[in-house]
Design a protein around this ligand. Structure first.
Ligand code: NAP
Ligand code: HSE
Length: 436
């Protein structure tokens, strides 16, 4: 059988990795797919630039439309990123009746509902395994492997750049900005790295995971999102002293009132496996009612780990090229007419335990005032640490761990604590998860 011809948009970190993996493993891939898979055309901004891959035999252009409109191509792989040009090209490819593979989580999280409806109409596939957790086949695991289960919750380290930064800060005491620059050099970070460090990228990924786990539409605008930029090296050290690790987690949980969708720095007991996932590695815990807890681990970013997911999607597409479109695995795991409209809970209604760091004047009665405020709101304290004042500073850090309480109540407590004359800086608050 003739090889399937693929057009590639983008020859950067993931595009380059995809060319390399497809070439190196061409024979094994063809044995799995039943046909060869060949990239014949590719677009990039600057086609004279040195690449991490060998582009011999690939027709290059600076105009992505030339690729998308080429009638010889069956599949378009979108690896440009963002939701401008990429959105236009994916729409155009679907209009042209071509299957699409993409690693673009921003595009799927924001416009996936529209893209999948259009793809369904046109009878084409849009595959996006690489959009979540890099090389970990987490979409396939939830969508197909756990199809028997009612998923109760999932929690994951789903941004490699953020986890790399937190690990280097903890293990080597390195500065935030310095580690971020290294993540950019290594090709882990997004084109705009604030997406990584402010949790936007993780929120894109959580939107996708929640949709396929619970059978709900993609709702990126409802995710509560907090980044890692306010975490200090001291917070990392205090958490360690108390037996916890700080991880930037995405959490999606089904509750009686609705679904929690949140991305924020989180203290996790240090003995949990996921607390020991370091560097650029990602990990996702998924709890199903039948299977119990399951854990997935692997590289969350980088050229070849991400290419591994892109190429797996290409193999899936090629295997189903001749199948009836109505009998394919649905894009969002559930049949499009069977999606539920379960409400997403506002953050004020979410209940967690908390880590609080206060900067307090070193004088009698301050801790008593703080504990009175918490007590009056029925917030139980689990642990307290008060540090020695330093020579230059008359204020001391006080660290409190609380039991579980609704966010709305904790907001009131923090406002009252910050209003005390003896509290000299905004309270640093992080949520805690036992992940039992
Ligand atoms: P990248 O290295 O910046 O590559 C982007 C590519 O798009 C470049 O080759 C660039 O061309 C090309 N491009 C940009 N604008 C273009 C235009 N107007 N016309 C033609 N080509 C254009 O990005 P990346 O890291 O590979 O990421 C690609 C996608 O994968 C993004 O959606 C990202 O979120 C996702 N992703 C990345 C990773 C990772 O580890 N990097 C992991 C998972 C998912 P030039 O090279 O000529 O500038
Ligand atoms: N910038 C992303 C990360 C790439 O660091 O996780 C993988 O999606």
């Amino acid at each position: 059988m003739k090889p399937v011809k693929v057009g590639l948009l983008g020859l950067g970190t993931v595009g380059g990795g995809t060319v390399n993996v497809l070439k190196r493993n061409a024979e094994e891939i063809a044995r799995r797919a039943g046909r060869g898979i060949v990239i014949t055309h590719a677009a990039a901004r600057d086609i004279s630039k040195a690449r991490i891959c060998d582009t011999t035999g690939i027709t290059l252009t600076t105009d992505p439309c030339e690729v998308v409109d080429n009638p010889e191509l069956d599949v378009i792989v979108e690896l440009i990123g963002g939701d401008g040009l990429a959105w236009e090209m994916v729409n155009r490819a679907i209009d042209n009746g071509k299957h699409v593979v993409t690693a673009n989580k921003a595009l799927i999280a924001k416009y996936g509902n529209h893209i999948f409806a259009k793809a369904q109409q046109k009878g084409v596939m849009v595959a996006f395994e690489a959009a979540v957790a890099g090389g970990i086949p987490i979409i396939k695991a939830i969508r197909e492997g756990l199809a028997a289960n009612r998923i109760e919750w999932l929690a994951g380290i789903i941004n490699g750049t953020g986890n790399f930064i937190l690990t280097e800060m903890r293990d080597k005491g390195r500065d935030f900005a310095d580690v971020l620059a290294e993540a950019q050099r290594l090709g882990y970070a997004e084109a705009d790295p604030t997406f990584d460090v402010e949790g936007i990228d993780a929120a894109h990924k959580l939107t996708i995971l929640a949709a396929i786990a619970f059978g709900i539409p993609l709702q990126f605008d409802k995710v509560y999102t907090e980044g890692i930029t306010r975490i200090t090296r001291e917070d990392v050290a205090y958490a360690e002293q108390l037996g916890y690790r700080i991880k930037h987690l995405g959490v999606a949980r089904r509750t009686n009132g609705g679904i929690e969708l949140r991305v924020h720095p989180t203290l996790i007991p240090a003995r949990r496996l996921i607390a020991n996932v370091d560097g650029v590695m990602n990990s996702v815990l998924v709890k199903g009612d039948a299977v119990g807890p399951t854990l997935y681990y692997g590289a969350g970013a980088g050229a070849e780990p991400t290419a591994s997911a892109v190429v797996a999607d290409l193999v899936d597409v090629v295997r189903t090229l001749t199948s009836d479109p109505n009998n394919r695995v649905p894009h969002l795991a559930f049949q499009p007419d069977a999606l539920h409209d379960i409400p997403i809970l506002p953050m004020e209604q979410v209940e967690t335990a908390y880590y609080l760091r206060l900067q307090a004047q070193d004088k009698p009665g301050v801790l008593a005032d703080v504990t009175r405020i918490l007590g009056d709101l029925d917030i139980s304290i689990e642990a307290v640490i008060q540090k020695e004042p330093s020579e230059e500073d008359s204020t001391v850090p006080v660290i409190l761990l609380t039991r579980r309480v609704r966010e709305e109540k904790m907001n009131r407590a923090i406002a009252q604590i910050e209003a005390l004359a003896a509290i000299s800086a905004p309270v640093m608050r992080m949520r805690m998860e036992s992940l039992k």
